[in-house]
Design a protein around this ligand. Sequence first.
Ligand code: ADP
Ligand code: AMP
Length: 220
Amino acid sequence: MAFFIVLLGPPGAGKGTQAKLISQEMKLPHVSTGDLFRENLKQGTELGKLAKGYIDRGELVPDEVTLGMVYQRLSQPDCANGALMDGFPRTLAQADAFDSLLAKMGSQVNAVPYIHVSEQELVERLSGRLTCQAGGHVFHKKYNPPEDPERCDFDGSLLYQRDDDLPETVKNRISVFFQQTSPLIEYYRKQGKLIEINGMQTVDQVSVEVLKLLKEMKTE
Ligand code: ADP
Ligand code: AMP
């Protein structure tokens, strides 16, 4: 039986950081729509060109564009047993479309860890975030510094500060979360799938908590 996890939380909550660990432990591919968009931007694809303005402004890319990209990714063989979704769905329309797609595949969303963190902490985390060019690994200048300040510990590629992590865009991204994505908290709570996680703990504490709950849900 396939197992689909949706990691929910505002930008900067720690979804990408946790996803790397959960994906290894649960043996599920990490599907980050933000990473997929950034890969398209880097390759200069039509999709990347279409998404660029929205990403630069900290707005959501239109649902039909995002959904097309996600459907294509999920049709790849490594997603046959499920996936760990990071940054998707982000609107009620995306969540509905995702439910319909999974139903057609005879699957469903199984668990939705919602990582919550105070707004002030989000701003601090995003303004100090360092992202690796090759594999999307993330570090933080103060909270999770790489051994070499310029290079990724995992693959040695150069670290950079995302343009959308600059202060003005960060504010907009956080408000977009509260306006457009936060209704998903109730959506999944009503379905009995929401797992609330206190994100104001160390990276290790958060992963211990998330993994324990996910493993319990998988064996139920
Ligand atoms: P998201 O994917 O939700 O946007 P990230 O995983 O990229 O968030 O984390 C945002 C920033 O916060 C990164 O710089 C990361 O190193 C840092 N971070 C993640 N989790 C924690 C934590 N529990 N405590 C402190 N910093 C964290
Ligand atoms: P992230 O890496 O998750 O912070 O996403 C970076 C940016 O990509 C967002 O600010 C959006 O512009 C875009 N994006 C990522 N995922 C989605 C999604 N599910 N729906 C719409 N836009 C998205």
